[in-house]
Design a protein around this ligand. Structure first.
Ligand SMILES: O=C(O)[C@H](O)[C@@H](O)[C@H](O)[C@H](O)COP(=O)(O)O
Length: 232
C-alpha cells in the first residue's frame, strides 16, 4: 500500500499539523458514530504532538484514548507510556477524554495481556486513529526484530487484541496490540523525526524481510494507506 510523506520544516510545525489532522479525524468520527477511539505510541517523539493535540477544541468526552503498546510497568514508573500520555495528552481540553490503559496489575505479563485484551475488546474495531512511532531498528509498536511473539504479532490471522513481547531492544516485557488491531485504522500515521529515522525508513522501504524491520509489515500490507509525518 503506497504511503504518503508529509515533510515539515521542524518538529513544532509537524506537531501543529498532525494535531489538526487528528482532531479533524476524531471530530468526523464523533459526528458519524457518536464516539472516537485513538491508539497512540509512547517513546520520546510524540510529546510535542500530544501537547498540541490536548489543546484542540472537540468533544473530548466522546473520545477514548489508548496505547499501541506499553511496557509491563505500573503508571508511576518513569518508563510507563501511560504516564507519558497522562502528563502530555490528558491535559487542557483533552483532560475530558477517557483513557484505557494496557497495563494490568497481574502476576504475569501473559495474564496482563489476557486481561487487557478483555478490557480493550469494545474499542478499536477499527480504531479511528492510530499513531505509530518507529525505532532505529525498524520496530513499531512492540514489534521488535527477534521479538518472542513477532510472528504472531504480524500474522494477519491473529485476532485483534493484546499480546506479550520480549525482545533484546525492548527493555521490560511488553504488552502490544497486534498488527491486525492497528492496520485498518481510519487514519494510520507513522510519526518519525530526525535524519536518522528518515534513513531507517528508506531502508525499511527497500527489499528485506518484515522480521528484520517489522515496520515493513505496516508499510507493505496495512489495509489503510500510511500517512508518514516527518520533520528534521
Ligand atoms: O513504547 C514505545 O517505546 C513505543 O511505542 C515505540 O514503538 C516507539 O514508538 C519507538 O520505540 C520510537 O520511540 P522514540 O519516539 O523514543 O524514538
Amino acid at each position: 500500500m503506497a504511503a504518503t510523506m508529509h515533510n515539515f520544516a521542524n518538529a513544532a510545525e509537524l506537531a501543529r499539523n498532525l494535531a489538526d489532522k487528528v482532531a479533524a479525524s476524531l471530530s468526523t468520527a464523533i459526528a458519524k458514530k457518536g464516539t472516537a477511539e485513538i491508539a497512540v505510541s509512547g517513546g520520546s517523539t510524540p510529546k510535542a504532538f500530544f501537547q498540541e493535540l490536548s489543546t484542540r477544541d472537540l468533544d473530548w468526552t466522546k473520545v477514548t484514548i489508548t496505547l499501541v503498546d506499553e511496557r509491563f510497568v505500573p503508571a508511576d514508573n518513569p518508563r510507563s507510556n501511560h504516564l507519558l500520555v497522562i502528563s502530555n495528552l490528558l491535559q487542557n481540553k483533552a483532560k475530558a477524554a477517557k483513557f484505557q490503559p494496557l497495563y494490568q496489575p497481574a502476576a504475569t505479563v501473559e495474564e496482563a495481556a489476557r486481561l487487557s485484551t478483555v478490557a480493550t475488546a469494545s474499542i478499536g474495531n477499527p480504531f479511528d486513529v492510530v499513531i505509530l512511532g518507529m525505532g532505529g531498528d525498524g520496530h513499531t509498536a512492540s514489534f521488535f526484530p527477534g521479538g518472542s511473539n513477532l510472528a504472531v504479532a504480524l500474522d494477519p490471522k491473529t485476532p485483534r487484541g493484546i499480546i506479550t513481547m520480549d525482545a533484546e531492544g525492548a527493555g521490560e516485557p511488553r504488552l502490544t496490540f497486534t498488527f491486525s488491531s492497528l492496520q485498518d485504522a481510519g487514519l494510520l500515521v507513522l510519526h518519525i523525526e530526525g535524519d536518522g529515522k528518515k534513513d531507517v525508513l528508506a531502508k525499511a522501504e527497500g527489499a528485506g524481510d518484515e522480521a528484520e524491520m517489522p515496520i515493513r509489515a505496516v508499510l507493505r500490507r496495512a489495509a489503510t494507506p500510511v500517512d508518514i509525518y516527518w520533520a528534521p
